[in-house]
Write a protein of this length. Structure first.
Length: 507
């Protein structure tokens, strides 16, 4: 089908939460028989939009039309009755149940008052075959790959309703072959007249599969574009809210190589990869240097950080630490080698909210010492008071519950935890996100001081390009789980980074 008939039309959609305007006057048109990309960085409003569309949230303003009729849902359970189904990034299947049982759970056909298992199996085979799948529907869904599980979830969604399919980042955990399998199914559904709203943060995938793209930024509509007429560099500029010039600047790695020769390589990574997470990459982490990772959401920045700290394990790759072969296979081993890691999500992965400032700060040292080698209370107080003063942590005292502090001061507590452990290598994943301007400037100043004056090796991740440029001595540029290039010195500028991210070929 040509995708000319509008099936869903959103006009002037707005949604406010306490203190946050999540969506402001957003328009979107979804056509029958089209794959429509929805793109934007963190906080753009993508998730809020689909939750309003599918009835999880009510709207504060605006109109939604389904097949030219005014349309409003009061709960997600109503969505399938109008032909709208959603498959989320986290697959909501029951692993122990069979494929057939998952497809018809809650809708089991009955005969003489009992579940008709024969009918369930037959209907499931027929439903799966519509997606060109040939699998045993009587096997537990857990026995299949993540890609097949995604297709089972899509089969269930389409069996319930078949007009509009919302796919919320369905490829985030798939490898290349699995993505192609999913895309083949999406193209078939498109040809069958299904309207697909495809939420993604992968640039290459958006250009491969979508007909049109709607870009959101900070809850506002940037625009709706035909994919083939939208240059990649313009898409990236629109997502980031940046202007771009024609000059591409330097994007090679030669100057970066010279810098590495002058500096001492502390942690060397060669050919490290994790399937469905990050493609094979090389990195040199140098003492006294801030290495920035630049890229859009989903580019692989956090995935690299998690691999380097031993949270996730690579399937391939070799690592050397201060010249000797080493395997950082767990955070405990990383801490033992004097690594520190400030995670992106400080609320769930950083602070322990019910503990005091003191208890949070001494955690890393205590973990390295072991459970039976308790740090004396007097020593704890000395350490904690030193870093409260050094980082200017605003707290009534060391025994204050850390959850009572502001976001910026909580972030300082996490940094203090790792500084107290005297690290040689510090990973900072979005250390300034969600904090005020003053605290952000203090942390940026601290990062420079730690590398230049203390000789610490730092890996710095930020979604703000200007912050990466400001803080980094060298920058590795990423896109869609691939490392593309390294920049150093005068090469490190916003326009050059954007052009590398927009490049057609992975280098």
């Amino acid at each position: 089908m040509g995708g000319s008939e509008i099936i869903v039309q959103i006009k002037g959609l707005s949604k406010r939460f306490p203190g946050v305007m999540a969506l402001s006057n957003v328009d979107l048109e979804l056509k029958r028989g089209e794959i429509h990309g929805l793109m934007g960085e963190n906080g753009a409003g993508k998730s809020t939009l689909i939750k309003v569309l599918t009835g999880l949230y009510s709207r504060d303003a605006g109109e939604i039309f389904l097949e030219n009729e005014p349309f409003e849902l009061h709960s997600p359970e109503e969505a399938p009755t109008f032909g709208i189904s959603t498959v989320y990034q986290e697959i909501n299947l029951i692993p122990a149940l069979s494929v057939a049982e998952n497809i018809y759970i809650g809708r089991e056909p009955t005969r003489f008052g009992r579940i008709d298992w024969k009918s369930i199996t037959a209907r499931a085979k027929k439903a799966i075959k519509k997606l060109d799948l040939d699998i045993d529907v009587t096997l537990p869904v857990s026995s299949f790959s993540v890609a097949i599980q995604q297709l089972v979830a899509i089969t269930r969604a389409l069996d319930i309703s078949g007009k509009v399919l919302v796919l919320d980042e369905p490829t985030s955990s798939l490898d290349t072959a699995e993505v192609e399998q999913l895309f083949s199914v999406m193209r078939k559904l498109k040809d069958d007249g299904i309207a697909i709203l495809f939420i993604t943060h992968f640039i290459d995938q958006a250009y491969e599969i979508t007909d049109r793209i709607t870009v959101l930024r900070n809850g506002e509509l940037v625009g709706q574009f035909e994919t083939e007429k939208l240059p990649r560099i313009e898409l990236i500029a629109k997502m980031l809210g940046r202007d771009v010039t024609e000059s591409q600047g330097e994007s090679g790695t030669a100057s970066g190589t010279e810098t590495i020769k002058e500096k001492e390589v502390f942690y060397q990574i060669r050919g490290m990869e994790r399937q469905g997470s990050i493609s094979a990459f090389d990195l040199d982490i140098c003492t006294g240097e801030v290495l920035g990772l630049a890229g859009l959401l989903g580019s692989g920045r956090t995935e690299i950080a998690r691999l380097l700290f031993g949270i996730d394990r690579p399937q391939k790759g070799e690592t050397r630490l201060e010249g000797s072969a080493v395997s950082i296979s767990s955070p405990r081993k990383a801490i033992g080698h004097y690594f520190g890691f400030c995670p992106e999500d400080r609320k769930t992965e950083g602070i322990i909210s019910d503990l005091t400032v003191r208890e949070n700060i001494i955690l890393a040292i205590q973990a390295r010492n072991g459970i039976f080698n308790i740090i004396p209370r007097k020593k704890q107080d000395e350490i904690v008071n030193k870093f409260i003063k050094a980082l200017d942590i605003k707290t009534p005292g060391a025994e204050q519950i850390v959850n009572n502090l502001s976001g910026g001061n909580q972030q300082k507590v996490i940094i203090a935890r790792w500084l107290a452990s005297n690290p040689k290598f510090l990973i900072l994943d979005e250390p300034t996100r969600g904090i005020d301007v003053g605290a952000k400037a203090e942390i940026q100043k601290l990062i420079k001081s730690l590398s230049r004056e203390e000789g610490m090796a730092i890996l710095f991740i930020s979604s703000e390009l200007e912050e990466v440029i400001r803080c980094s001595d060298r920058v590795a540029v990423l896109r869609d789980r691939n490392k593309l290039a390294e920049l150093t010195g005068d090469q490190i500028e916003e326009n050059a980074i954007m052009h590398i991210i927009a490049s057609e070929d992975v280098q």
